[in-house]
Design a protein around this ligand. Structure first.
Ligand code: GCW
Length: 698
C-alpha cells in the first residue's frame, strides 16, 4: 500500500479502540473468493479486503483457507458462482452489470457482484463503511445509474508541446508516458490509480489526449498500451483510446482519411482488430473530430455521423463503444457577425444527425454549451438527441476553475446541471434522466470526466481537489447523492473521523463555488479569464477579437470586449427576438424562460441578455453594483478559508496541513487580484462608481 497521498481516500487508517470495542468478534475470520483466478478483479477483491481489515481493524485474515465450515467467513463471489456453490442468495435481488449485494446481517458476510467487478465494488463499499466506523449489519443492494462511467485523461506522449505532458493537467506529468514519445517503463502508478477509480466504481479510463497522437499506436508503444491495460484489469478498469481522425493518412500511408473510402475502412478495421487482440476488453474509442483544428469527416463533406459510424463499425464486433465528442465549433468564426454564437454550434452540428448514429455510438456532451465555465446553462443538445445515447462530460481538472490552486468543490455545480428540468415536450425531464436514458427510453447513458491526474504525490496537485475525483465516481453511480454527504464520506476516509476537520472541509468546500463565481465572473458572464492561453487569472480583454472567445461582438462598437461590453451595456444577447437565438435551442418552456429578462435567473442574466449596467436584477441591485459587491464578497469568503483551516491545525499530519494551508492562503490573495482586476476593468469601461466607494488602493 502506497504512502498517504497516493492512497487518496483509501488510507485504511486504524480506528481508535473506542470505535472498535466489542465489535471485532463479529468480523469473520477468513475470506473465501469463489473461483478467483490470478489477477482477476475477484482476486483483487480478496486481497483488498485483507489489506483494508488489517489497516482499519488490525486483524489478519486468511484468504481461501480451504472450506473450514466452522469459522465465520466473508464470501466474495459473482452471483452465478455463488449459486453454484451455495444455492440461491438469501433473498431475491435484481442485479445489473456492475451492481452488487452486500449482506452482513449474519455471521458470514456475503459480498456478491453481478460480475467480478461488482464484487470488488462491494468490498470497497464494505471497507468504506468500516473505515468510517460503521459496523454495518444489514443488507445493501445497489446498481449503477449508467453503464458508462469513464475517466478521460488528456495525456500527451510528448512533453515539449505548448500544452506540456498533460493538456490542462495540474498534477504533474503523465503517469503513462515519458514525455519523449513513449509509454513509460515504470508504470507503477497505474495500479494505484486503478484502485482509486475502482473504489468509486469508475469502470474505464481513456489513456490519451482527445487531441490524439497516432504514434501511440506504433512500434513498442503498442506493447505499452497493452501493459497499461494489463495493470488496470485486476481493478476492473478497462481502458479506452482516443483516435486521431486522419491516422489513415498520417500512419497508414493512405492519401485520404475519407470515412467512406474502402482503404480507410480497412485501415480502421485492421487497427481495431489488432487492439482487441492485445486488449480483448478494450472499452472503446473517443473521437474529437472537426473541432479546434482536429481533422474530421467534414473535410470530405461527410457528416459527423458518417465519421462516428466509421469507428463504430470497426468496434462493433468486439463490443466496443465509440464516444463521439459533441465539442464541435468553428474557432475561426467571424467575431464581427452578430449572430455567430459558439453556444449554438452543438445543436447546429448534431441536432439533425439524431438517429443517424450506429447503436454503439455515444455522443459525449460537455455540461454546458461553451466550455466548463463557472456558470453555464446546460447544453441544449441534451434536449435534442432522442434517438442517440448520450454521456455528459465533466471536468475534475479545474481548467477554468482555478487549476487546483483554488479550492473548488465541484459537485454542487454538477448537481445544478443534473437536476435541471429541460421540460422536453412540456414534461418533467431532468438532465440526469436524459443522460440515463429514462426520458427518451434509451438503453445506455454515461458520465465522463476529464480527470488529468499526474505524477504529483497528491495526484491532482492538491489534497482537497481529490474530493472532486471521489465525488465524480459517486455521482456517476448515483447522481442524486447529496454533495455534503459525499464530502463527509471523503473527509472521514481522507483525514480521519475528527468532527473539526469535517466541519472545516465542508464549510470551505460548500462556499467554494459561490466564492469563485463571485470573484471571477458572475451573472453568467463567464470567468473572464485569459481565454487564449493559460485559462488562468483575470484577463477580461482577452475575450476580444478571436473566435475562441466565449462571446462575439458587434463591429461598430468602439470598445470590443468578449463580454460584448461597451460603456453603456454588457452581456450576450442570445434571445430569438434580437440575438443569436441560443435561447430558442431549448424546449419551449425553457426557451421562453430564457427569452425574457423577467424570467431569466440573475445568475444567467448576462449569458442570455445584453443589458445596461444600470439594469435592475431580480435581487434589486444594478448589474454593475452586483459586479462590485460580488467581487468583494467572493474575495472576503476566500479570505476566511485559511482561518477556517487553521482551526484544524494539530488534528492531522503537518505535511498535509501545511500543503493545504499554503494553497488556501494563495487563493485568498489571488481572489483579491481577481476582484480588483475585474472591478477596475468595468469601472473604467462603464464610468459608474461603486456605491460603496471602494477603490483599488495599491
Ligand atoms: O477547453 C478546451 C481546452 C482544450 C481541450 C478542448 C477539448 C483537449 O482548452 O485544451 O482540448 O477544450 O475539450 O477538446
Amino acid at each position: 500500500v502506497a504512502e498517504d497521498g497516493l492512497n487518496g481516500w483509501l488510507r485504511y487508517a486504524r480506528l481508535d479502540d473506542c470505535h472498535t470495542k466489542g465489535k471485532l468478534d463479529s468480523i469473520p475470520k477468513t475470506i473465501i473468493t469463489l473461483n478467483a483466478t490470478k489477477d482477476s478483479p475477484l482476486e483483487t477483491a480478496g486481497t483488498e479486503l485483507q489489506t483494508g481489515i488489517s489497516g482499519i481493524l488490525g486483524l489478519d485474515l486468511e484468504i481461501n483457507p480451504g472450506t473450514s465450515e466452522k469459522s465465520t467467513k466473508f464470501v466474495i463471489s459473482t452471483a452465478d458462482a455463488y449459486k453454484e456453490e451455495y444455492g440461491d442468495l438469501p433473498e431475491g435481488v435484481d442485479l445489473i452489470d456492475d451492481g452488487f449485494y452486500l449482506n452482513s446481517k449474519d455471521a458470514d458476510v456475503l459480498i456478491i457482484g453481478s460480475n467480478q467487478r461488482g464484487a470488488l465494488y462491494g468490498v470497497f463499499e464494505y471497507l468504506s463503511r468500516l473505515a468510517q466506523a460503521d459496523f454495518f449489519k444489514d443488507v445493501y443492494v445497489t446498481n449503477p445509474e449508467v453503464p458508462v462511467r469513464w475517466a478521460n485523461q488528456w495525456d500527451n506522449l510528448w512533453a515539449n508541446g505548448t500544452h506540456g505532458s498533460i493538456e490542462r493537467g495540474y498534477g504533474g506529468v503523465s503517469i503513462f508516458y515519458d514525455g519523449f514519445g513513449h509509454v513509460r517503463e515504470d508504470l507503477s502508478r497505474v495500479p494505484l490509480l486503478g484502485r482509486l477509480l475502482s473504489s468509486v466504481r469508475i469502470n474505464a479510463i481513456v489513456i490519451n489526449n482527445v487531441n490524439a497522437d497516432a504514434s501511440l499506436f506504433q512500434g513498442t508503444n503498442l506493447d505499452g498500451v497493452q501493459r497499461i491495460a494489463d495493470l488496470f484489469r485486476p481493478w476492473g478498469v478497462q481502458i479506452g483510446l482516443s483516435q486521431y481522425f486522419a491516422s489513415p493518412q498520417t500512419i497508414g500511408g493512405l492519401n485520404t482519411f475519407d470515412p467512406l473510402d474502402e482503404g480507410v475502412i480497412t485501415f480502421w478495421t485492421d487497427l481495431t482488430n489488432e487492439f482487441y487482440r492485445r486488449v480483448p476488453d478494450l472499452a472503446g474509442y473517443v473521437v474529437k473530430a472537426n473541432s479546434e483544428g482536429q481533422p474530421g469527416p467534414i473535410t470530405y463533406n461527410r457528416t459527423l455521423a458518417e465519421g462516428a459510424n466509421l469507428f463504430a463499425k470497426a468496434l462493433k464486433p468486439h463490443g466496443g463503444l465509440l464516444m463521439f465528442r459533441a465539442f464541435v465549433y468553428n474557432h475561426l468564426a467571424d467575431w464581427e457577425d452578430w449572430h455567430a454564437d459558439r453556444a449554438n454550434a452543438q445543436v447546429e452540428f448534431f441536432g439533425e444527425l439524431d438517429g443517424k448514429f450506429d447503436d454503439n455510438v455515444v455522443v459525449q456532451i460537455k455540461y454546458g454549451p461553451i466550455d466548463f465555465q463557472v456558470r453555464e446553462p446546460v447544453s441544449p443538445l441534451f434536449g435534442h438527441l432522442r434517438n442517440t445515447d448520450v454521456a455528459i462530460e465533466l471536468q475534475v481538472t479545474q481548467e477554468y476553475l482555478g487549476q487546483q490552486c483554488h479550492l473548488f468543490y465541484l459537485p454542487p455545480l454538477w448537481r445544478s446541471i443534473f437536476d435541471f428540468d429541460m421540460r422536453v415536450d412540456g414534461k418533467e425531464s431532468y438532465v440526469r434522466d436524459i443522460i440515463s436514458g429514462k426520458v427518451f427510453n434509451r438503453k445506455r447513458g454515461g458520465y465522463t470526466a476529464v480527470t488529468n491526474v499526474g505524477m504529483n504525490a497528491t495526484w491532482l496537485g492538491s489534497h482537497l481537489a481529490m474530493s472532486n475525483l471521489y465525488a465524480f465516481g459517486r455521482l456517476a453511480w448515483e447522481p442524486t447523492l447529496d454533495s455534503v454527504d459525499i464530502l463527509e464520506d471523503w473527509t472521514r476516509l481522507t483525514f480521519g473521523l475528527s468532527r473539526g476537520i469535517r466541519d472545516a472541509v465542508t464549510e470551505m468546500s460548500m462556499l467554494s463555488w459561490p466564492a469563485y463565481e463571485n470573484y471571477t465572473g458572475n451573472l453568467g458572464i463567464q470567468t473572464l479569464t485569459d481565454i487564449l492561453y493559460t485559462h488562468y487569472g483575470p484577463k477580461p480583454a482577452s475575450q476580444d477579437n478571436n473566435g475562441w472567445g466565449q462571446f462575439y461582438m458587434v463591429s461598430n462598437w468602439t470598445i470590443k470586449t468578449g463580454t460584448r461590453a461597451n460603456s453603456e451595456s454588457i452581456g450576450m444577447d442570445r434571445t430569438c427576438w434580437n440575438g443569436t437565438c441560443n435561447a430558442g435551442q431549448y424546449p419551449d418552456e425553457v426557451a421562453q424562460r430564457f427569452e425574457n429578462t423577467d424570467t431569466t435567473p440573475d445568475d444567467l442574466m448576462l449569458w442570455f441578455h445584453h443589458v445596461p449596467y444600470s439594469f435592475k436584477l431580480h435581487s434589486g441591485k444594478s448589474v454593475i453594483q452586483h459586479f462590485y459587491d460580488a467581487h468583494y464578497e467572493g474575495a472576503e469568503t476566500a479570505a476566511t478559508f485559511p482561518d477556517t483551516w487553521e482551526k484544524v491545525r494539530g488534528k492531522l499530519d503537518d505535511e498535509r496541513f501545511e500543503h493545504v494551508l499554503h494553497r488556501l492562503k494563495y487563493q485568498a490573495g489571488h481572489s483579491i487580484v481577481w476582484r480588483d482586476a475585474i472591478n477596475e476593468f468595468y469601472r473604467n469601461l462603464s464610468g459608474i462608481p461603486d456605491e460603496a466607494g471602494r477603490v483599488r488602493n495599491h
